[in-house]
Design a protein around this ligand. Structure first.
Ligand code: NOJ
Length: 513
């Protein structure tokens, strides 16, 4: 039970927006390496980097043309090796992102498949004849519009995302062999783990039948359609990959982006013979409400072993904004984060949340997300959570000396890393304290969680080993009787413990023992 990933705190770096070392306005691998000290200071265990492979950037790197090389915009393989070495020197694990559901349309396999109907490359993707004048079925893209586009010869190919992201046919053994080899390539370079994009994708129903409700693009809301996702065979891929990762030393791990909102379905992907972890997106779906949070947590702990906790990432509206924005949103965000950090399992943090950043306003003419482009602006897309990290208050915010690819959020100067550093009431210093405390207590805590009685808007839980966590989602201060004699941490000023009674301000989490 001692593998590092079981309770690791993992920090997601959105590569384009974390640190730009060469001044082109886009983040890069040398930039990441230069700022790894921030992660060591913050106290996380691992960094997950979004895709940095060769890509035309139709989906900012989730359209991969060569999964074994680095895009020149981000650096080269030597820059990756240097980043990995520096992370390891600082005691940080590195998880890289794999995109096995689809490739870029610029991938040499697809270039050949598109150009030549007789090429064996066609069988590595999902080419089909149309139905009348239209596409083979009624599936729609997650990003909006049809999920099919036409080759020059009239055949259609499937893309559940952008038309520049053709889906592989995982019923073709060549695809399996290729991906095992890609995994070996990065395992041999020394990566500690993989984040697997669209891990519930890969296989489609063999008949590619019409969807009863043609809403594949509901993936980011309530993906329940059976034909395009979550097919029975997909876990066999992860069984083969697990045999491979287990054959390497050093506890290499895989975490799947299984974007299903039913944790019972997600649990199928996680076992000692399949993926080590899968993202738990039920948490980001849960409102800031004590009983709703308890339900989500209980359900997750019951079925996911180990559990993971996701409040934000590069596809989701930032949680400070979801929780009401401004001071209130930040306060609730900290309370929810401290609750998740008190639980067994692995919290996944997203860059900038440790600063309390809000979703940024990005003007339409600067929006770049294929969701925005494919829906002709009907959906705003994800640019607002992807704006660059503010390191300092100055112009460029220590992120770039050039023009940033997306504008900074309005809160960048006020919430920059060096502005918050040293201010004990800041979001950043609160994250640092919580993470340091979690690390100090870690070896004393077990997986058991006991719920203790409390007022309706308050959660009181005791983690095996003695940590007591109290979260209030109430709008007014509350008093709670707690089995503790010492107040360890609080996410807001004003918490007090006297004679076994904790006074907790509104929307606050406290840790006690
Ligand atoms: C999920 C990724 O997180 C998202 O950013 C991407 O657009 C899709 N998968 C397609 O690869």
């Amino acid at each position: 039970m001692s593998e590092w990933w079981r309770d690791a705190v993992v920090y997601e770096v959105y590569v384009r927006s974390w640190m730009d070392a060469d001044g082109d306005g886009v983040g890069d691998l040398d930039g990441i390496r230069s700022r790894l000290g921030h992660l060591a200071d913050l106290g996380v265990d691992a960094v997950w980097t979004t895709p940095f492979y060769v890509s035309p950037m139709a989906d900012h790197g989730y359209d991969v043309a060569d999964p074994r090389d680095v895009d020149p915009q981000f650096g080269d393989l030597a820059a990756f090796d240097a980043l990995l070495a520096e992370a390891h020197r600082l005691g940080l694990k590195v998880i890289v992102d794999l995109v096995p559901n689809h490739s870029s349309s610029a991938h040499p396999w697809f270039v050949e498949a598109l150009a030549d109907p007789a090429s064996p490359m066609r069988a590595r993707y999902l080419f089909r004849p149309g139905r009348g004048d239209g596409p083979p079925n009624n599936w729609t893209s997650v990003f909006g519009g049809p999920a099919w586009s036409q080759a020059p010869d009239g055949a259609w190919y499937l893309h559940l995302f952008d038309s520049a992201q053709p889906d592989f046919d995982w019923r073709n053994p060549d695809v399996h062999a290729e991906w095992l080899d890609v995994l070996r390539f990065w395992l041999d370079r020394g990566v500690d783990g993989f984040r697997i994009d669209v891990a519930h994708g890969l296989y489609k129903h063999p008949d590619l039948p019409d969807q009863p409700e043609p809403e594949a693009h509901e993936q980011f809301a309530a993906n329940t359609e059976a034909q395009a996702w979550d097919q029975p065979e997909v876990v066999e891929v992860y069984e083969a990959w697990r045999r491979l990762t287990d054959s390497y030393d050093g506890d290499r791990m895989m975490v799947g982006e299984v974007f299903l909102l039913d944790v019972d379905k997600v649990a199928r992907y996680v076992s000692d013979a399949r993926l080590h972890q899968a993202f738990n997106f039920t948490v980001f779906q849960t409102p800031f409400d004590a009983q709703a949070l308890r339900e989500t947590i209980e359900k997750s702990l019951a079925v996911l072993h180990p559990a993971t906790w996701v409040l934000s990432n590069h596809d989701l509206t930032r949680h400070v904004t979801r929780y009401g924005g401004g001071q209130l949103g930040r306060r609730r965000g900290l309370a929810a984060t401290a609750l998740l950090l008190a639980l067994p399992g692995s919290p996944y943090l997203y860059q900038g949340e440790e600063l309390g950043l809000e979703e940024a306003e990005v003007p339409p003419e600067r929006r770049t997300d294929p969701i925005f482009l494919r829906t002709h602006g009907a959906e705003a897309g994800r640019d607002g959570c992807r704006t660059p990290m503010p390191w300092t208050a100055e112009p460029g915010h220590g992120f770039t000396t050039g023009d940033p690819w997306l504008p900074f959020g309005a809160d960048a100067a006020a919430l920059a890393v060096d502005v918050q550093t040293g201010d004990p009431s800041s979001v950043l210093e609160t994250y640092r304290r919580l993470l340091a405390r979690r690390r100090a207590l870690r070896s004393t805590l077990g997986d058991g969680v006991e719920w203790l009685p409390g007022p309706p808007d308050v959660l009181v839980l005791r983690r095996e080993g003695g940590l007591v966590c109290v979260t209030s989602t109430a709008a007014e201060p509350v008093e709670v009787r707690v089995p503790a004699t010492e107040l360890l941490e609080s996410t807001a000023a004003g918490a007090e413990l006297a004679d076994g009674v904790l006074t907790l301000p509104a929307a606050t989490t406290a840790w006690l023992r």
